[in-house]
Design a protein around this ligand. Structure first.
Ligand code: AMP
Length: 517
C-alpha cells in the first residue's frame, strides 16, 4: 500500500461529517492493507505513530521531531509523484526513533528533510498532521477501532474490548488479523490500567430495581476513583483518567500492601474522612491528588481511606465474570473495613432505607448494580445506576404546554425558570409534568390562564408570578437552555402560594449546586 492512499483517505474522512461514511472509508482502506501494513495503517489513521518494536517504551518510542523542525519541512518542495510505500515510511520513522547521542539532531533533520522531499503535497500534509499529533482529534481512535471491526466483519464490542485492555493499536491490528478468538483471549494485565466502568443516573430506587431486578446496592462515596494494581509489595495506583498517582497516595499504597492476596486489581474510592468517620467534601479529597509527590503535611492532616467495590483481577482476570462473582472475590480477599457497605435486594423499600442510611452517614447516595453484568470498562451503561438525594428549589413558572391523552384540556408541562441576578430576567432551566395530581392540574390551569401574556399552538406563556417547589436529582450542563444549565429528573412537589416571586431561588443558587459546571 502506498502512503498516498492513506493520505487520501485521511483527507476524505476529515471532509465528511457523517460517522457512517467515515467508517466506510476507513474500513475499505483497512481491508485493502496487508497484515504488516494494517499494523501501520490503524495507528496512523487514528493519528498516532507507534514504534514497530513491542518492547519500545514511551520515551525510546518518541520520534524526537519538535514543532520547529516540523515547521521547517514546510519549505521542502514536494515531489510531483507519489513513490513511498507505507512500510517504507514506517521504517524511516523507526530509524528516526533510533537516533541518539551526539550529532543525532543534524542527522534527524537531514533524514526528515529527505522523507518530506519524497512526498507529494498531499502526503506532506498528512505526515505533518501525523507527526504533530494534529490528526488525532475527536473520537478518532474509537472511529478507527470500529472501522477495523467493520473491515474484519467482527462485532465492534469485541474489538473495542481488546483495545481497552491492550491500549496498543498496533497489537490490536495484529490480533484482529489473527481472528476473533485472539481478540477475545486478551485479558487485563497488571500495571496496565483499564478505563473504569461508569454509572448512569436513575430517578429513584423503584425505577432502578424495576430495571435491574434483584440488585447489589452499595454506598456511593464522594471521593476519588482509584484503580489499585498489586503484585506482592509492588503496588501502583491509577486515577479515573488512568494517570498514575501512586506517589501521591502513600497510605493507600500501604493499605494495599497489607492485603494478603498476591496479585490483585481493585476498583474503589479513596476519600478523606473526619475523625468521627464522616466524609469530607470531594474538593478536600482532591487536594491530595494532582501533585506528583505526597506532601507530608497533607498526608498527615488529610489521610485518605480506601474503600473497594470491585475486583477486576485476582490471580487471573475477572473482567468477564458477573458482578456477583467479582464481589464474592472481593469479600474473600478484602477486609470489611476496606469495602463499601453493601446489601442485595429486590425491594424498593429496603433500597430506600439503605439510601437514607447512606445519606445520614454523609455520603452522596447509592449505587444499584446488576448482579450478572460483566465489568464494562470505560462504558456508562445501564448495569450500574446511581441514586442520589433529591434537591429542591423554588422556581418560577414561565409557561406551560397543553397536555395530551388523559391530560388533554389541562395545562401540564411546566416551563421552569430562575431569575438571573445580573439581568433581572428569568431564564429557563427545564420542564416537568411529573408529580402533578388531577387537583393540581386543574388548579394550575386556571391560575396560569389568569396570568397569560401570549400563546402559540402548544404553549401558554405567563407572567412569572407562581412559585413552585421542584425536586430534582442533579443540575447538568445543557447546550439547549440559555444559562447552559438544566435540571435532571425534575418533579413538582407543591406550589408555594406562600412565596412571592421575588423570594424564588435565583440562578446563583442553581449554579451553587453545580460548582463544576
Ligand atoms: P458520578 O461521578 O456521579 O458519575 O458517579 C460515578 C463515580 O462514583 C465513580 O466513578 C466512582 O468514583 C464513584 N463511586 C463511589 N462509590 C461507588 C460505588 N460503590 N460503586 C461505583 N462507583 C462509586
Amino acid at each position: 500500500m502506498q502512503l498516498s492512499r492513506l493520505a487520501q483517505v485521511s483527507q476524505r474522512v476529515a471532509e465528511t461529517r457523517k460517522r457512517n461514511q467515515k467508517l466506510d472509508l476507513l474500513a475499505s482502506v483497512l481491508a485493502e492493507a496487508g497484515d504488516r501494513e494494517l499494523e501501520v495503517a490503524v495507528p496512523w489513521l487514528a493519528g498516532v505513530t507507534l514504534p514497530a518494536r513491542v518492547d519500545a517504551d514511551q520515551t525510546s518510542g518518541k520520534l524526537g521531531v519538535g514543532p520547529k523542525l516540523l515547521f521547517e519541512q514546510g519549505a521542502v518542495p514536494p515531489a510531483s509523484q507519489s513513490q513511498l510505500s507505507l512500510l517504507d515510511v514506517d521504517q524511516r520513522l523507526d530509524q528516526l526513533r533510533d537516533l541518539q547521542g551526539k550529532g543525532s539532531s543534524n542527522i534527524r533533520a537531514k533524514m526528515l528533510g529527505e522523507l518530506f522531499a519524497s512526498c507529494t503535497a498531499e502526503e506532506q500534509r498528512f505526515l505533518r498532521g501525523l507527526i504533530s499529533g494534529e490528526l488525532r482529534q475527536g473520537a478518532l481512535e474509537s472511529l478507527v477501532v470500529d472501522a477495523l471491526a467493520r473491515s474484519a466483519k467482527l462485532e465492534p464490542s469485541v474489538v473495542r474490548r481488546a483495545q481497552m485492555l491492550l491500549g496498543d493499536l498496533r497489537q490490536l491490528a495484529r490480533l484482529t488479523r489473527e481472528g476473533e478468538a485472539a481478540l477475545r483471549a486478551v485479558q487485563i494485565q497488571l500495571y496496565r490500567p483499564v478505563l473504569p466502568m461508569l454509572a448512569s443516573p436513575a430517578e429513584n430506587a423503584s425505577v432502578a430495581l424495576g430495571h435491574l431486578g434483584e440488585a447489589l446496592l452499595e454506598w456511593k462515596l464522594d471521593g476519588a476513583r482509584v484503580q489499585v494494581h498489586k503484585r506482592g509489595d509492588d503496588v501502583r495506583i491509577y486515577s479515573r483518567l488512568l494517570n498514575e498517582v501512586t506517589d501521591a497516595l502513600p497510605e493507600v499504597v500501604s493499605q494495599a500492601r497489607a492485603l494478603p492476596a498476591h496479585e490483585l486489581v481493585l476498583d474503589g474510592e479513596a476519600i478523606a474522612m473526619r475523625k468521627d468517620g464522616t466524609p469530607l467534601p470531594f474538593q478536600v479529597t482532591m487536594k491530595r491528588f494532582g501533585r506528583k509527590r505526597a506532601d507530608p503535611r497533607l498526608t498527615e492532616t488529610l489521610p485518605l481511606s480506601s474503600f473497594f467495590f470491585d475486583c477486576l483481577y485476582a490471580d487471573g482476570s475477572l473482567l468477564d465474570a458477573p458482578t456477583s462473582e467479582r464481589v464474592n472475590a472481593l469479600r474473600e480477599l478484602i477486609p470489611e473495613s476496606n469495602r463499601v457497605p453493601s446489601t442485595q435486594t429486590t425491594d424498593p423499600r429496603v433500597a430506600g432505607d439503605f439510601l437514607r442510611r447512606a445519606l445520614e452517614a454523609g455520603h452522596e447516595g447509592v449505587m444499584a448494580k446488576s448482579l450478572d453484568a460483566t465489568y464494562e470498562a470505560g462504558r456508562r451503561g445501564q448495569s450500574w445506576l446511581k441514586l442520589k438525594q433529591a434537591h429542591t428549589l423554588d422556581l418560577l413558572v414561565l409557561a406551560a404546554e397543553w397536555g395530551s391523552g388523559r391530560r388533554k384540556g389541562w395545562l401540564s408541562n411546566l416551563h421552569l425558570g430562575a431569575v438571573d441576578p445580573s439581568s433581572g430576567q428569568p431564564v429557563m432551566l427545564g420542564k416537568t409534568f411529573k408529580g402533578l395530581s388531577d387537583r393540581l392540574l386543574k388548579w394550575q390551569t386556571e391560575a396560569l390562564l389568569a396570568r397569560e401574556i401570549d400563546r402559540d399552538r402548544h404553549t401558554v406563556y405567563v407572567r412569572p408570578e407562581l412559585v413552585v417547589e421542584i425536586a430534582f436529582s442533579d443540575v447538568q450542563r445543557s447546550p439547549q437552555y440559555p444559562a447552559g444549565l438544566a435540571l435532571r429528573f425534575a418533579r413538582v412537589k407543591r406550589y408555594r402560594e406562600d412565596k412571592p416571586p421575588t423570594e424564588a431561588d435565583t440562578l446563583d443558587r442553581v449554579r451553587a449546586l453545580a460548582p463544576d459546571i
